[in-house]
Design a binder for this molecule. Sequence first.
Ligand code: HEC
Ligand code: HEC
Ligand code: HEC
Ligand code: HEC
Ligand code: HEC
Length: 412
Amino acid sequence: MTKPLSLKQSVLAVISIIGGLMLMAAAIDPGLPLGYWDQPSAKVPSSHNWSELEKDLRPEACAQCHAAQFNVWKKSLHAHAYSPGLVGQFPGQGLAYANDCLVCHAPLKEQLYTDSTDMDDSILLRLKHAEGFDADADYDVNDPDAKRLPLRHTGVSCAVCHVRNGDRFGPPPRVSGAVGKQDTPAHGGFTATKDFEQSQFCASCHQFPDYMAINGKPLENTLTEWKNSSFPDKGVTCQVCHMPDRAHEFRGIHDPKMVKKGLTFSLTQQKNSVYFSIASTWIGHAFPTYVTPKVIVEAEALNGKGSIIQHQQWEIIREVAYQGDGWKELRDTRIMPGETRQFLLNPLPTDARSVRYRVRVIPDNFYKGIYESLLSDDLTAVAGAHIRKANEQTAKNDYLLYEEVITLNQAH
Ligand code: HEC
Ligand code: HEC
Ligand code: HEC
Ligand code: HEC
Ligand code: HEC
């Protein structure tokens, strides 16, 4: 039971509610400035009178005050988007080609290559720092060693999403929920907008325009897939799943735990058949959303000695290929949000005693093909070194997502 309010208390409560409403009505969400994702620049204009630390756009500098975001983000693929597999494709392609790729992998004006020499030097530097970006939150930003890697090497960095012309933009503060300009002690305050909480925020890099469709669907179609699912009505945005409680995780197909969380498996026998099903219960887009991963489902019937006497395999993939005059879709067997897919073994061999199901994930299936074909070409020494490294890494990314054995009852 809550204590009833005295008359004075209730009058005050009403006034404070009205006051709150008025404040909320007064603050208009400015949204993201027009052209936020259009040739973005984070550079601090000279008019700002800030400390060196506040002007420093590298994530190590943000980390001095925002360690929580930094420590999680630095393990994400966003932090590693300036990758060997990317830059290894640049030598011989020219500046314009490379910068077109950087518009998603390292898009700030301060990250793009200024000329071919800048590009060649940067690709070489990336090779010297083979592990890529690896600073700690307690890095001494004044240490000359800490400055060794330019902003470009931090890929989809803090400033890419949060800074334009020196000014910070972020979601409404958790407690006040206020929008508009916020006066806070550092970097001249910041602008709060609910646009940070919208799925649309992720679109400039995770959704291609419709005119680039192949068989009706662009190569990247994640936002449209999400819009066609039941998640928008439930208020479940990209951020809800990929930034839980605002944590900068961005985990996806490369993370077995994340993938398991999105799916529900079931394995049962009914008479002469074994039913295995995968339901997409917590994925806001196709599983998987891109043309790059491949998921393999395997069923093996085993006899009393444990030998395999029957084998069947299915592939979950959107497969595209460049053929003659353009891209063609070869097949699309991906599982849509809310869908349940059956993988049936029927009829079972009479001497089968058990059935084993396995689900394997090859997150970088498409890139494996690209790297193999690049390596069979005449690559420059630097390009070759990058692509070999990328190829080794993609092989390590494969994993077993699920394995279960069902012992058959003798009815079959
Ligand atoms: C000297 C300390 C300091 C540095 C360095 C710093 N910040 Fe901040 N930042 C703050 C403070 C203090 C606030 C206001 C309180 C809060 O939200 O944490 C803030 C607020 C923010 C917000 C708004 C948070 C919200 O609630 O929406 C964002 C976004 C942000 N900073 C991004 C950055 C980025 C990106 C960098 C590096 C380029 C950076 N900051 C560097 C201290 C700092
Ligand atoms: C890919 C874009 C992206 C990158 C990169 C990114 N952020 Fe964010 N950040 C967001 C979004 C979106 C939100 C709001 C999430 C929400 O509301 O669910 C956010 C929220 C924040 C907040 C407010 C957190 C809170 O708890 O209220 C801070 C501070 C912040 N980011 C700082 C950083 C720093 C520092 C980095 C680099 C280490 C960084 N961000 C990298 C997109 C990004
Ligand atoms: C500036 C472009 C950009 C923006 C904005 C952006 N991303 Fe990304 N994202 C990328 C790139 C590039 C990669 C691939 C990094 C790599 O592996 O090289 C990526 C990777 C990811 C991955 C990991 C994919 C995997 O294969 O496992 C997830 C998840 C993700 N992003 C979610 C988001 C979400 C959610 C948002 C919005 C809050 C967002 N991204 C905004 C460019 C962006
Ligand atoms: C519209 C945004 C966008 C553009 C432009 C873009 N990429 Fe990506 N790239 C992504 C995203 C998102 C991912 C992560 C999802 C995936 O695995 O496909 C990615 C992943 C990759 C990967 C695998 C992960 C890694 O970093 O090793 C490579 C390699 C790559 N891109 C190369 C390129 C090249 C080369 C270009 C230019 C021809 C390019 N990308 C242009 C968004 C983009
Ligand atoms: C209901 C939760 C949920 C929502 C909403 C959601 N995702 Fe995902 N996402 C997942 C899960 C789980 C995975 C891992 C399984 C997979 O790859 O499909 C994933 C994987 C990914 C990947 C990895 C690449 C791939 O081929 O699968 C990217 C990129 C991604 N999501 C981006 C987004 C973006 C952008 C949005 C918003 C338009 C979004 N996600 C909305 C749960 C979600």
